[in-house]
Design a protein around this ligand. Structure first.
Ligand code: GLU
Length: 307
């Protein structure tokens, strides 16, 4: 398949949509991003990459980090992790408090904020302290991306904490139900540092390869997780990766994927490739507007959906 021509065509087709969405504006560091940007990268199992647009531009990965923290927590805790976090789609916005109250402090899944904060708490338990939990997640991301330069933005992380009232509320609510072990500020602070990691579409599509290949990096042969764990993560990405628009994404794109409010979306084509698309303008559900359309066009043009 001529992947380069296909993604060039997609870039042209989504061009009129750039600027239609709304850039995340809950912190100044994200509100200043130019919405009229677009990039897409495909990474195949031999490491070959096809890119279009601003594929070298770094952006805030935000909730895409939830895939990586969930991976590590599942690796260390196995099915015990499900005692503290559920696996069902929430049907609610990513930062909703209401459902968490009804469900006695047990988050619906690891990809809504409460779930990812809870996963971070489990990782702090595993690594012994918040600093190490942050560093080890960063090291894992560097390893799966095969790029040691990846880092977190202090400006974004600090700004998140200054405006993080709702996330702190989610953590406090879980703590009140005895479903959070460490100090609220430490857990939320570490969660924000993971969200503030900056990557480009080349790095993120490379980072998806282990999930396209049953937990094993096809380029280096490194085994990160079991095939069964990889299957579970892909399943949760498919059902919960786009908040309350997860059904819509499965319907229109048909791939496991995870979005972030920085405008990035990662997707997995099992046995074939990792994908990342980025465009900062978001739709009403907080997912990249042009990015979602680009992935829909991709599976339509290539037939590479899981269905
Ligand atoms: N840092 C963001 C928050 O917790 C992440 C949300 C997202 O990317 O969807 O509000």
């Amino acid at each position: 398949m001529d992947y380069q021509s296909i993604i060039n065509e997609i870039a042209e087709e989504v061009f009129p949509l750039l600027g239609d969405g709304k850039v995340a504006n809950y912190i100044p560091a994200l509100a200043g991003v130019n919405p009229k940007q677009f990039a897409m990268t495909l990474t195949l199992f031999d490491g070959t990459q096809y890119s279009v647009g601003k594929a070298d531009t770094l952006f805030s990965i935000q909730s895409i980090s939830k895939v990586f923290t969930f991976t590590l927590a599942l690796k260390f805790y196995g099915t015990d992790l499900y005692k503290r976090i559920g696996l069902e789609p929430s049907g609610n916005p990513f930062n909703s408090l209401v459902q968490l109250e009804y469900e006695k402090g047990k988050p619906r899944n690891p990809f809504i904020n409460a779930g990812a904060i809870n996963v971070t708490d489990a990782l702090i338990n595993h690594y012994g302290n918040d600093e190490t939990a942050y560093e080890e997640v960063l090291e894992f991301i560097r390893a799966i991306s095969d790029d040691k330069t990846i880092d977190s933005s202090d400006v974004v992380a600090i700004s998140e904490m200054e405006h993080g009232f709702r996330n702190l509320a989610l953590a406090n609510l879980m703590k009140s139900f005895n479903n959070l072990d460490n100090k609220v500020e430490d857990v939320v602070g570490t969660y924000f540092k993971h969200c503030a990691i900056e990557m480009n579409t080349k790095m993120l599509s490379r980072a998806m390869l282990y999930l396209s290949n049953d937990g094993v990096d096809p380029v280096t042969g490194q085994i990160y997780i079991t095939a069964s764990q990889s299957k579970r993560i892909n399943a949760v990405m498919l059902t919960c990766g786009h908040y309350d628009a997860s059904g819509d994404f499965a319907f229109n794109v048909g791939l496991p994927g995870k979005s972030g409010v920085g405008g990035g979306i990662v997707a997995v084509v099992p046995e074939v490739m990792g994908i990342c698309v980025w465009s900062p303008g978001l739709n009403a559900n907080g997912n990249s507007l042009a990015g979602t359309k680009a992935l829909e066009l991709f599976t339509t043009k290539t037939g590479l959906s899981i269905f």
